[in-house]
Design a binder for this molecule. Structure first.
Ligand code: NI
Ligand code: MN
Length: 229
């Protein structure tokens, strides 16, 4: 049994009996965070890109727990320089780790840490395919629609696909529907649709649109969780 919990915006935790992971732990400044930075207890942190609403509190959490940040190489070098343990990977590459397998996927998006007086490049943005036992989760990260989602769907038997629907910075709902059709997951979970004014979307309307195409969708508000096996 795997438990997926929405922690607000694009932060999710994924737990099995033995292991737990967190995606994009933006918490302290996140208006809808369902857990605090100090409450996070995980085996590893998966960070899709350097934007502040994704890298968030990852370095602080990684340092406190002595657990690694898994991310594209350039972002890992940034995190390592700031005192975190890292597992540097890159797009298309997979790796077997203690808890399961991680593969980095393409995401059509930027990645940088924005400082007051300069912008620090942190490589390309990514998504993640995470396989725990028999189950595979596709966490798309911040991305627009791209045709190779079809290939990802053909190559991986996806149980849950976590997709952005906010528009403006990522896919909007209509493109996310097309993404879901290409990925062919058993379940879709929307993200990135409520934390900022400019990305406000109605996830229930998105879910209804998918239902009309025979695709299952679960809307998880911050703090809500679903289980699958
Ligand atoms: Ni971003
Ligand atoms: Mn974002």
């Amino acid at each position: 049994m795997i438990k997926l919990t929405a922690q607000g915006h694009t932060c999710f935790t994924l737990e099995t009996d033995q292991h737990s992971l967190i995606f994009d732990p933006w918490l302290a400044e996140n208006p809808e965070a369902a857990i605090s930075v100090d409450e996070v207890e995980v085996d590893a942190l998966l960070v899709s890109h350097g934007h502040s609403d994704h890298l968030g509190d990852a370095i602080e959490i990684a340092r406190r727990l002595g657990r690694p940040i898994i991310a594209p190489y350039e972002l890992c070098m940034y995190c390592e320089r700031n005192g975190a343990e890292v597992v540097p990977m890159h797009l298309g590459g997979g790796r077997d780790l203690d808890f399961g397998r991680v593969q980095l996927t393409q995401a059509t998006h930027g990645s940088a840490v924005i400082h007051d007086d300069f912008i620090e490049y942190t490589g390309p943005a990514c998504g993640f395919l995470v396989t725990l036992g028999e189950n595979t989760v596709y966490y798309a990260g911040d991305t627009g629609l791209f045709g190779d989602m079809e290939l990802i769907g053909q190559r991986a038997d996806i149980d849950v696909a976590i997709l952005p629907i906010g528009d403006n910075f990522t896919m909007g709902p209509d493109d996310a529907v097309k993404a879901a059709q290409m990925l062919n997951p058993k379940m879709v979970v929307p993200m990135h649709y409520s934390a900022f004014e400019v990305i406000q979307q109605n996830p229930e309307a998105f879910s209804d649109q998918l239902a009309g195409l025979g695709i299952d969708c679960t809307v998880l508000r911050p703090g809500e969780q679903m289980e699958f096996a």
